[in-house]
Design a protein around this ligand. Sequence first.
Ligand code: URA
Ligand code: SF4
Length: 214
Amino acid sequence: PVGAQQWVPPRPGSIEELKAAASGCQGCELYEHATQTVFGRGAEHARIVFVGEQPGDVEDQHGLPFVGPAGRLLREAVDDAGINPADLYITNAVKHFRFELRGKRRIHQTPGPAHIVACRPWVVAEFALLKPELVVLLGATAGKALLGPSFRVTQQRGRLLPWPASAQHPEDFPVAEIRALATIHPSAVLRADDRDTAYRGLVDDLKVAAAAVY
Ligand code: URA
Ligand code: SF4
């Protein structure tokens, strides 16, 4: 893939401007079969940015991130961790739905390393504009997008991490003040054999996030 960079406006004035530009992105082949680009949404002055994997089936149809079952669970966990939803902006590492057709069903497929790299300019542009205090990485895809392919959620979750050089915006801005925190993806809680334990683990990690900004 050629990557998203050529579609990213050099000095965007707002998330709306970025979102409009992303609607025409052809930085990798995922735009060909998905319904639409699903851009981030939330507070323009967000203190915390959450990064998921990619839109799911429901998000692809509605054009908004985390409006399906994973989103419901995430909102509950945010509430239980004491994070104010008004402080949040929520986006994804990859902005088109990747799926495999089985009959009429669209089965989620994890984005590959090439999709993650191709789409990264969008999430970096969102950080540059929002300048949040903390970025919460939900699961392996978000972790790899920001922290590189050696990221392992089991080893790096639940503690504050320094901002990686790979996530520097091409135009300079002071990202050194942003910190990162990784945790599991809400979908992993929905799939877990022991949902209660997995859910408590997610909330505990998000409490670390809350303590870092409040
Ligand atoms: N899972 C994600 O990672 N992102 C969404 O927007 C929905 C489900
Ligand atoms: Fe562009 Fe990202 Fe969509 Fe690929 S997944 S076409 S890079 S917005």
